[in-house]
Design a protein around this ligand. Structure first.
Ligand code: CA2
Length: 149
């Protein structure tokens, strides 16, 4: 059975504690449970991580590249948080590894401040999802399972 790596970037560990009108009231642990159920339903194994550090996210994308090359990884779902709008390093890591990656946002970034409208991740991503709330995570898992078959 292949795995799916879900990476969450900076401040997503605060989910459910503030700004519920934007991000909902579920915590990152709740989101992990939603993902666990979606993975079981789609025949995938979940690997769920969060980091506030850009370099750690880059290292995890490199690890994903090795796993995808070895045939053990279906792909990556990345909510890069604010690094979405700033990180050429994440863009280069995704391009450099050639991984299948879905960019995900809880909120509809295009309906928010102008600085959230540009993404360094989108040109390197296979697909982009935004605005489904935390239910976007299980939807992205189902989408990745479709892509992998
Ligand atoms: O909508 C998304 O998922 C974002 O990736 C979330 C990022 C934001 O910078 C992006 O523009 C859109 C922010 C994540 C921080 O999440 C918090 C949740 C609760 C309280 C504070 C921060």
């Amino acid at each position: 059975m292949k795995s799916v790596l879900i990476l969450n970037g900076p401040n997503l560990n605060l989910l459910g504690t503030r700004e519920p009108h934007v991000y909902g009231s579920q915590t990152l642990t709740d989101v992990q449970q939603l993902c666990e159920r979606a993975c079981v339903a789609n025949g995938l194994v979940l690997d769920f991580r969060q980091s506030n550090h850009e370099g750690e996210l880059v290292d995890w994308i490199h690890e994903a590249g090795r796993a995808q090359a070895a045939g053990t990884l279906a792909g990556v779902i990345l909510n890069a948080g604010a690094y979405t709008h700033t990180s050429i390093a994440l863009h280069d890591a995704i391009k450099g590894t050639g991984i299948t990656l879905i960019e995900l946002h809880i909120s509809n970034v295009h309906a928010r401040e102008a600085f959230r409208h540009h993404s360094y991740i989108s040109p390197a991503a296979k697909a982009v999802m935004a605005g489904f709330g935390v239910n976007g995570y299980p939807l992205a898992i189902a989408g990745l399972a479709q892509l992998a078959t």
